[in-house]
Write a protein that binds this ligand. Structure first.
Ligand SMILES: Nc1ncnc2c1ncn2[C@@H]1O[C@H](COP(=O)(O)OP(=O)(O)O)[C@@H](O)[C@H]1O
Ligand SMILES: [Mg+2]
Length: 225
């Protein structure tokens, strides 16, 4: 009869080390993991810092070149294909928001956003010789922009000078068929009766794009009772 030799019995200590590895190796592995985690966290923080700096630069550029106020709600703004024309509807339905989305899709520097009141202030100060170099350039880019948003027409007071300044702007745009998007709380009919046919017929010209009515609730009043 052949008797197989019995396996040697290992000391308890040695058997444990065979399965879990020496304690020093484990400590080294944990330390390495910790260092890797720290490096990853540092890289993520640097990336986030870069992202925020890029976003701040992008907003500055947009404010400077397009004249778009980048407020808190700006985070919801996503570029949409440019369409000119006339966008109208009651306050708070999102006309300005929509116009900003559209002008953001054109190359930076070719799109300009201006509120009608700002434009009229600039035009008046130009007449009075009160424009400094920066505002003079701004007025020039408003008039010559490849893509212009004129926000909230009809909000202005109706005076001979404001009508004149508005006419000069929309007529220049119309003559050159320059891409223009106008927003308003007024319907096309109300626009014509408030500002006259000379201005309305140009603002509403088919060449600029369609007339689109925006409807819905006033987003500014959402959540308030
Ligand atoms: N699609 C949208 N997503 C998120 N917020 C929006 C959207 N449209 C409009 N808003 C917000 O609702 C409010 C009213 O919109 P706004 O464009 O100023 O309206 P209007 O120009 O028609 O008076 C603003 O605070 C705007 O940022
Ligand atoms: Mg608006």
């Amino acid at each position: 009869m052949i008797v197989e030799p019995l396996e040697p019995i290992e000391p308890e200590e040695e058997r444990l080390w065979r399965y879990v590895g020496p304690p020093d190796d484990e400590a080294a592995r944990l330390a390495r993991l910790e260092r890797e985690r720290e490096a990853q966290a540092r890289a993520a923080a640097a990336e986030e810092h870069r992202r925020q700096a890029d976003e701040a630069r992008r907003r500055q550029a947009i404010e400077k070149f397009c004249g778009i106020p980048t407020t808190d709600a700006f985070d919801a703004v996503r570029p949409k294909p440019w369409i000119g024309g006339f966008l109208y509807g009651p306050a708070g339905v999102g006309k300005t928001h929509e116009a900003i989305c559209r002008v953001l899709s054109v190359p930076l520097g070719s799109g300009v956003f201006v509120g009608v009141l700002e434009y009229l202030d600039q035009a008046r100060d130009k007449e009075l010789g009160r424009l400094d170099g920066f505002r003079e350039r701004r007025l020039c880019t408003i008039r010559k922009a490849e893509h212009l948003v004129l926000d909230d027409i009809g909000l202005n007071r109706v005076t001979p000078l404001s009508l004149e300044a508005l006419y000069r702007l929309v007529d220049a745009r119309w003559q050159t068929k320059a891409e223009t998007l106008v927003t308003s709380n007024l319907t096309p009919k109300e626009l014509a009766s408030l500002l006259g046919d000379r201005i309305a017929s140009r603002v509403l010209a088919q060449e600029f794009g369609p007339r689109v009515e925006m409807t819905g609730e006033d987003r500014r009043l959402r959540g308030r009772s």
